[in-house]
Write a protein that binds this ligand. Structure first.
Ligand code: MSP
Length: 508
């Protein structure tokens, strides 16, 4: 059993979860579910990034202690993850003492192994609380951070601990050149290569006069206790996770899933920190694109909001998962639109998979008393097997949208097969052998679809699984059975409204 330790970004605990957070966790969850189906020993880590100025400011605005705010926000994120069917194995919070101790240990390791990597320096520059990072002139437009135009930049002058990131430039260039798979997709890798070729500057690793965080484990030369810079606290969560009781987060991770805005932290700063601490690097980093809403960046600070609860309730959590992962490319940006959502729901799910399942299973009930016949394979099996091969290749390459599209292709092929073979005409003509062949092939196609679609539609595919007379959970099925689905003789039940037709409700 191969270990597959998978992480998504830990979200800032300064506000409610939004569509962007959901998109990332859903993509990572589909990968986790797919790897489990393939028999891997998966550990899926998500959590909250609870320190830093952004969280402290949000708490102050609400007149709360930061810890009280993060407790409340963590509860709200967990409720959304439960509603969306996110199957994380661990939910880390950076305010947990085990994490805080881990951060100090990691920094301590760097001090021990590479004493010159941290040094004190006076610094001044523009700090964006939205990014939780200092900004170079090129990243500032009209006096504001290009990524957070609604926030005001802060001019910071202080003496900090600095991390000698510049020393790791050659190491990082070599890493990205030698291991093209380390950072994917290629568009992100090229951005990082370009950045590294320009040269790297050292970065601040602590903050003075700001206490909401992990105490930096060394005092400055004049005896000042500083606070660990929030990214030096957040990135190590992937490593500290394994220190929690009961955790099986065995470092190194096989995959970090993060958004494009924070790819740089994961592909430059994090590998440098790990190298400095003498720890192994993760196998892979995936920098997904952004979901936009009405063409705008979807974030709290940009003020563009879509009501997540409303979107999830529109057609249920599975349909929401399906829409985002089928519609928005996992390697580039995409747009959420109510029209597209409804169109996809209707075409792919209600008229597609849902209609196929209800017609095919109703025919098995009607013509064969609900017992699946045991005939020889048909051309639809061949199409099914080809789809499985292409699906595995797409999902292994983290091309989630193609994986979902292949599910739809098989649905289309099966619906076409029904139209071409016209089982009702075979029944009328009394052609029992051919009718058995067609019905058996359709049930096998549905079996394959239940497994292939389960990372995207975990709840509805389980209903389909049960309607196919299969025992237990589709999620724990033996993947090898997809080659020759064991459906002959099974007792079919008609699935109740897998994907009901949408009601003509105005959708905003
Ligand atoms: N706390 C940091 C991550 C630390 S990881 C060690 C952070 N938090 S965040 O809440 O701002 O973002 C969490 C994740 O959501 C990031 O990967 C970010 O890219 C992603 N998204 C935020 N808005 C997004 C969209 N509009 N679309 C897709 N993903 C986006 O960054």
């Amino acid at each position: 059993m191969a270990k597959f330790f998978l992480t998504a970004a830990i979200d800032y605990a300064n506000g409610d979860p939004h569509l962007g957070h959901a998109y990332e966790k859903l993509g990572a969850d589909a990968i986790a579910r797919y790897r489990r189906l393939r028999g891997d020993d998966v550990w899926f880590l998500i959590g909250m990034d609870e320190h830093g100025q952004k969280v402290a400011q949000a708490a102050a605005e609400r007149g709360l202690e930061p810890q009280a705010l993060t407790d409340e926000i963590a509860t709200r994120f967990l409720a959304v993850w439960a509603r969306l069917g996110i199957t994380h194995d661990q939910f880390i919070r950076t305010t947990d003492p085990a994490h805080r101790a881990g951060v100090q240990e990691l920094i301590g390791r760097i001090f021990e192994r590479n004493p010159g990597d941290f040094y004190e320096k006076a610094y001044e520059g523009w700090y964006c609380v939205g990014c939780e990072s200092f900004k170079a002139e090129a990243e500032i437009e009209d006096g504001r951070c290009a990524l957070h135009p609604t926030r005001t930049l802060e001019w910071v002058e202080e003496r900090n601990w600095f991390f000698r990131l510049s020393r790791y430039r050659d190491f990082l260039l070599d890493l990205h050149e030698r291991r093209p798979d380390f950072l994917q997709p290629d568009s992100r890798r090229n951005e990082i290569l370009a950045l590294l070729r320009q040269g790297l500057e050292d970065i601040s690793a602590s903050r003075a006069r700001f206490a909401w965080g992990v105490p930096f484990p060394r005092l400055t030369s004049d005896g000042e206790q500083q606070t660990t810079y929030v990214w030096f606290d957040a990135l190590p969560n992937y490593w500290t996770a394994g220190r929690f009781p009961g955790s099986r987060a065995a470092w190194p991770a096989q995959l970090h899933v993060v958004g494009k805005d924070i790819t740089r932290f994961h592909a430059v700063i994090w590998p440098a920190m790990l190298e400095a601490a003498g720890l192994p690097l993760p196998d892979r980093v995936w920098g997904h694109g952004f979901v936009y809403f009405r063409g705008e960046r979807f974030s709290k600070s940009a003020g563009t909001r879509l009501d997540l609860a409303e979107a999830v309730s529109r057609f249920g959590p599975d349909a929401f998962r399906w829409f985002l992962l089928r519609e928005i490319p996992w390697d580039a940006d995409g747009d959420f639109s109510w029209d597209r959502f409804e169109a996809r729901y209707t075409a792919d799910l209600a008229d597609g998979l849902g209609n196929l399942a209800s017609r095919a299973l109703a025919m098995v009930v009607k013509y064969r008393g609900g017992t699946v016949p045991d005939p020889a394979p048909s051309p639809l099996d061949q199409a099914g097997e080809e789809t499985v091969g292409r699906y595995e290749a797409a999902m292994d390459a983290l091309d989630l949208r193609s994986g979902a599209a292949l599910v739809s292709d098989l649905v289309t092929a099966a619906n076409l097969y029904v139209a071409q073979t016209a089982p009702w005409a075979l029944a009328k003509a009394g052609d029992d052998a051919e009718l058995d062949r067609v019905l058996g092939a359709l049930v096998r196609a549905l079996y394959r679809l239940a497994l292939l679609a389960s990372p995207f539609l975990p709840d509805r595919t389980q209903l389909l699984w049960e309607a196919l007379g299969q025992p237990g959970r589709a999620a724990s099925a033996d993947w090898a059975t997809i080659g020759a689905p064991p459906v002959a003789g099974c007792a079919i039940k008609k699935p109740d409204g897998l994907f009901p037709k949408p009601t003509p409700e105005p959708a905003g």
